[in-house]
Design a protein around this ligand. Sequence first.
Ligand SMILES: [Zn+2]
Length: 131
Amino acid sequence: MITPAYKIKNMSINSVNKKILTVNCFHCKKEIGVKYVPFNTSYSHINNWEYWTEDEKNKGLWLCDFCLFKLFRIHKWEFRKLIKTKEKQSLLRQYIAAGRIRGEIEESFIISKEQRERERERERERESKNH
Ligand SMILES: [Zn+2]
């Protein structure tokens, strides 16, 4: 479950490359480097939790690609609850479909390799139908 309670304390700008902001994912605590996007004159919004939730309370919270991916793929109910606007929901969906946000889903049950391949095949089919 996602609990946006952990606030980032040591937000530091990498001294080697000033255009990378080093932050920690509030969920899994993993370190992430947020790229500066000159075109938007701001840091990439992909990992910016306030951007997705449009909630000021989440200012300064960052979520890594893996956690965003999991939120979307596994925690669908929470995904809809936390990311309130349809625009942001569909944008995140697009980012995942385009591979801009990558992640993995852990297996809940141990199944054979063949079974897993079939599952993936089915998922790919479902995805291509949705787009
Ligand atoms: Zn994370």
